[in-house]
Design a protein around this ligand. Structure first.
Ligand code: FRU
Length: 334
């Protein structure tokens, strides 16, 4: 037995083991380095993986006016750019009870997100809150609900639009005249706000509102109310209607009475194929843009569904179109 030789062999053997250990440790370290989360994975190893799809319920209060048809079209077009989204539309046909039922149906169907453009504020407040309690985020679009139990409100500033209309009217009438105000549904917030802004702007002038009525956003109602105003007042200088269908209804009533040239007509919405076209045709004297917010609603929905925090309120801008600026695309409200 060669102790020395045997010892040498053992040493050699140990050295081999030590080398193998070091190599193993180095290998582990190298692998660990490759596994670090921020190390980019090679392109080929990134499997496409199944994408989650989301169902959005869209509760529209009615589709009777071109503006609401446009809102749905804007939502549909924006959603079509995101294959992971599926939007189910329901039309309440201007019936608050039906719209409440639609919200309940969306809750029971466990949609991933609800968009609602409510007919009226108070009666839709509770159903919206119930959706939130059921864990369904809610985007309220254009007409607000009461309180703050929703995820995000998107719409233009109706007080500002009403005030801008009042300022425009004050300038055109030289601070003096007899005006008819045809109001939008006064149980909806845009109607209340467009009224308030307008009254603030004309306060302290010699502009007198000789006749006011709630035409509920509807052209036939506006026409009927305007017939009453025409029958009662031999001189009217201007009609301020809270939307373009209302202003158009008033124009038709005045034209039927042969009096359309005696007064100016101002509306709100400014759809290219409705209010703006009326200004070009000389039917309306001015219209103020009320954007539908459809595209913004889809962008916001996506952010919510991805878990991002969104602002409680998204305020959209507006423009004024009148005979002086319609050909160059109107002017933004300051
Ligand atoms: C359509 C409409 C628009 C108006 C908006 C207010 O239903 O009446 O004309 O600007 O609703 O919510």
């Amino acid at each position: 037995m060669d102790d020395g030789g045997g010892k040498g062999e053992t040493m050699q053997y140990r050295t081999v083991i030590r080398c193998a250990e070091l190599a193993a440790i180095a290998g582990v370290l190298w692998l660990t380095a490759c596994d670090r989360p921020h190390a980019p994975a090679p392109e080929t190893s990134r499997a496409p993986g199944p994408t989650r799809t989301y169902t959005i319920g869209m509760s529209q209060c009615n589709l009777g006016e071109p503006w609401r048809v446009q809102m749905n079209a804007d939502i549909r077009a924006a959603a079509a750019r995101h294959p992971e989204l599926r939007v189910i539309f329901k039309d309440a046909q201007n019936d608050t009870l039906r719209q409440r039922a639609h919200v309940e149906e969306f809750i029971n169907a466990r949609v991933d997100l609800l968009i609602i453009s409510p007919k009226e504020a108070a009666p839709l407040t509770e159903p919206v809150a119930r959706a939130m309690e059921a864990g369904i985020p809610v985007i309220v679009l254009d007409r607000a609900v009461l309180g703050d139990r929703y995820t995000c409100f998107i719409g233009a500033d109706n007080v500002k639009i009403g005030r801008a209309a009042g300022e425009w009217i004050k300038r055109r009438l030289g601070g003096k005249g007899r005006v008819v105000e045809l109001k939008g549904l006064m149980t909806s917030i845009p109607g209340q706000d467009r009224h308030r802004g307008f009254r603030e702007a004309i306060a302290g002038t010699d502009i007198e509102v000789v006749f006011e009525a709630d035409m509920k956003w509807l052209e036939p109602e506006a026409r009927k109310e305007m017939e009453s105003a025409l029958a009662r007042f031999p001189r009217i200088d201007l009609v301020y209607a809270h939307n373009d269908p209302g202003a158009h209804g008033a124009y038709l009533a005045a034209r039927a009475a042969g009096r359309e040239k005696e007064m100016l007509f101002v509306g709100i919405d400014a759809l290219p194929h409705e209010g703006v076209a009326y200004v070009r045709q000389g039917i309306l004297d001015a219209t103020f843009e009320y954007p539908t917010g459809g595209a913004e609603a889809i962008e916001t929905a996506l952010r919510i569904l991805r878990g991002e925090t969104v602002p409680k309120q998204i305020v959209l801008g507006s423009r004024v179109y009148d005979r002086s600026n319609v050909d160059r695309g109107g002017d933004p409200l300051p």
